[in-house]
Design a protein around this ligand. Structure first.
Ligand SMILES: [Zn+2]
Length: 665
């Protein structure tokens, strides 16, 4: 599954900046920008009039592809010194000054290979332009926040859109103009243009628009409907939407980027159902978490996990308890696949740079919010989020501000909770000892002991007891290395299960965690075997291995008897893969996959418990067809492909959980 790369645009430079409140003071810099952009040629002309105050020098970043044509300080020509792309302009005093900068240049061309994940900061071509907030297409100072007015002109039939409030627009014979502004704490504007069809809808004062390429124009209505639904839902749940507009902009690049009041999504992925579902909800919610409240990165990034919990996970809950459970179990399986040496505490997560960051910063943090909600109950949990929003809107906030809001709403100390989940690396491993049963006529007494390693986590563990009269539920508080609980029942217990629905973040037992692709692709010591008989297949197999791993591919020794104990990836064409497996004494194709599709992919544990991933494609084309889709299935155990399409996908079943036991007398 493709994940959006979330760029909470204005928070990127804020780092550990102090709290900023709208109305505390005028923003330190105001930009009045006029831009003329021709997407097809990439020609860009910018006039920016900056009003600054309270400083002796102005430092700003400019894109290297722009040339300074005119530089005026208070109307007089002046000079600035440049070191790399950073410009310095001394000021006569710390009063208010007006700096006029005229820039001209050619935006770098759109990449032609369209590699997924490529996320350039400034590109332009016939199919559209993208100028990111921090590319330096206007002078970017290191101020925490700025205010701006941006007027942009593009030739017809292009349309331009930027972050900020849409103030005005004129559609002309030869050119289209639009004006955007931000008078609230904002980062520099990001600018987009393309041969767009623009559609609009208003919902409770919020203007929503799609700027779509013609070939995806028929998706507009669906996107506007869903965006409206999400906006109203989050507004209800958290507090008023902090902006006036929300735009969904189609991109010629294979990206998914979030900005204040705008999301920029590759036109190739717009038609995919999960894009309009979870991914859109996720990006809409970033207007509150990440853009409405900026992240104080000094204590780690809470916004991705909270957004995942309130958007992605909430949609799973809506689909049913089974779907929600499946998502939690997936998070735990992903975590089980993370090698201990790549694990970090939550406070160390700032942004997702690879798959390991996803497991910690998105999955584990989302799970922490799930446990917090179970601990506090829905009412206090909800109150805390609303309170946090009221207190921190347009400010920079960290985990400690979140904790304060939760403690205030719940009227209790939660230091232990935040400490154990944010500052400790890892998670508890629970063990269920023998479950004892004593019976006396129709009275049944069940006793069980749960253990965990030291230092102990404080956990409220759900317990399910199946009895002859139906299921019963209990809870045990475990805040020491071990605890014993005794319950009297009126019916004979047949099975006792602890944490049966995976409500606790913990290390799964190997029996609970069937191998998935990620077990192998996250293993830094994995060895790769390329099993092919022609050069073309060899190139493709290597390319596929490179795309799957987070780290560099290490090839295994040629002699199968020297494979040692390492995790293994075997990738190639079917006869060669099968011959290798036989020669190395490894298990062959699972019975359930034999002869299916054009390629089969499966995981298995080696005798020593290390994971092995096998990819067997019928020919070079079938192998090549896996390049794009396969890396998105890290959470699965096996797949059957018919060309590029995954026709059968699944996780091997859990055979026997050690946290489930039958009571013994
Ligand atoms: Zn995100």
């Amino acid at each position: 599954m493709i994940r959006l790369i979330c760029v909470a645009a204005f928070s990127l430079v804020l780092a550990s900046a102090p709290c900023l409140a709208a109305g505390d003071a005028a923003p330190p810099v105001h930009h009045n920008v006029e831009a003329q952009l021709d997407p097809a040629s990439g020609n860009l002309e910018v006039i920016d009039i900056l009003t600054v105050r309270g400083r002796a020098i102005v430092e700003f970043k400019l894109a290297p592809w722009l040339a300074v044509k005119v530089l005026l300080l208070d109307g007089q020509q002046t000079e600035a010194t440049a070191t790399g792309d950073i410009w310095r302009l001394p000021l006569p005093d710390s009063g208010a000054h007006r700096i006029e900068v005229r820039l001209r240049g050619v935006v770098p061309p759109l990449p032609t290979d369209g590699r997924p994940g490529a996320s350039p900061s400034a590109v332009s071509g016939e199919e559209g332009s993208y100028l990111s907030a921090y590319a330096g297409w206007i002078p970017v100072t290191d101020d925490d926040w700025i205010a701006y007015r941006l007027e942009v002109e593009v030739p017809t039939p292009y349309r331009a859109v930027a972050t900020g409030r849409l103030e005005a627009e004129t559609l002309g014979e030869t050119a289209n103009r639009a004006v955007f502004s931000a008078d609230y704490p904002a980062g520099p504007p990001a600018l987009f243009a393309g041969p767009y069809k623009v559609r609009e809808r208003r919902e409770r004062g919020i203007r929503m628009r799609t700027y779509f390429h013609r070939e995806v124009d028929d998706l507009s209505a669906g996107y506007l409907d869903d965006a409206a639904r999400y906006l109203l839902r989050f507004q209800e749940r958290i507090g008023p939407y902090p902006f006036q507009d929300f735009h969904i902009v189609s991109s010629p690049l294979p990206v998914g980027l979030g900005f204040p009041n705008l999301t920029y999504i590759g036109r190739m992925v717009l038609p995919l159902p999960f894009m309009r579902g979870r991914s859109l909800a996720h990006e809409v919610l970033h207007n509150w978490w990440g853009n409405g409240v900026a992240v104080d990165y000094a204590s780690g990034n809470w916004a991705e996990g909270l957004t995942t919990y309130m958007a992605d996970y909430a949609l799973a809950v809506e689909e049913g308890a089974g779907k929600a459970l499946e998502m939690r179990l997936n998070w735990l399986r992903n975590y089980a696949a993370l090698p201990a040496e790549r694990d970090v505490p939550i406070t160390a997560f700032t942004a997702k740079r690879h798959d390991a960051g996803q497991v910690i910063g998105y999955d584990k943090v989302a799970f922490i919010f799930h446990m917090l909600r179970n601990e506090l109950g829905e009412a206090a949990f909800s109150d805390a989020l609303r309170l946090f929003w009221r207190q921190q809107r347009f400010r920079v906030a960290g985990w400690s501000e979140l904790r304060q809001a939760f403690e205030e709403a719940a009227a209790r100390d939660l230091g232990w909770f935040f400490h154990q989940w944010l500052e400790r690396t890892g998670g508890p491993i629970l063990t269920l000892d023998d479950v004892r049963l004593r019976e006396d006529g129709n009275a049944f007494r069940v006793t069980l002991t749960i253990r965990q390693d030291s230092p102990a986590y404080r956990l409220t563990i759900p317990v399910a007891i199946d009895t002859a009269a139906g299921p019963e539920r209990r809870r045990i508080v475990l805040d020491a290395p071990q605890t014993t609980a005794t319950w009297d029942l009126n019916a004979r217990p047949t099975e006792v299960r602890i944490d049966p629905d995976y409500d606790l973040f913990r290390r799964l037992h190997p029996e609970e965690a069937p191998p998935i692709l990620r077990d192998l692709t996250l293993a830094a010591d994995a060895l790769t075997i390329i099993a092919v008989d022609e050069a073309a297949a060899d190139r493709t197999a290597r390319q596929l291995a490179e795309r799957l791993f987070d780290t560099a591919v290490q090839l295994a020794p040629d002699d199968p008897s020297k494979l040692g104990q390492a995790p293994l990836l075997i990738v190639g064409t079917t006869p060669q893969v099968e011959a290798f497996l036989a020669k190395a004494g490894l298990d062959g194709v699972p019975d359930s996959l034999v002869g299916l599709g054009t390629a089969r992919v499966w995981t298995v544990r080696r005798d020593n418990g290390e994971p092995m991933l096998v990819i067997a494609a019928d020919d070079v084309q079938a192998l090549e067809a896996l390049l794009r889709p396969l890396p998105h299935y890290g959470g699965k155990s096996y797949l059957v492909f018919d060309g590029r399409r995954a026709v059968d996908v699944g996780i091997w079943p859990v055979v026997q959980s050690p946290l489930s036991r039958q009571p013994v007398r």
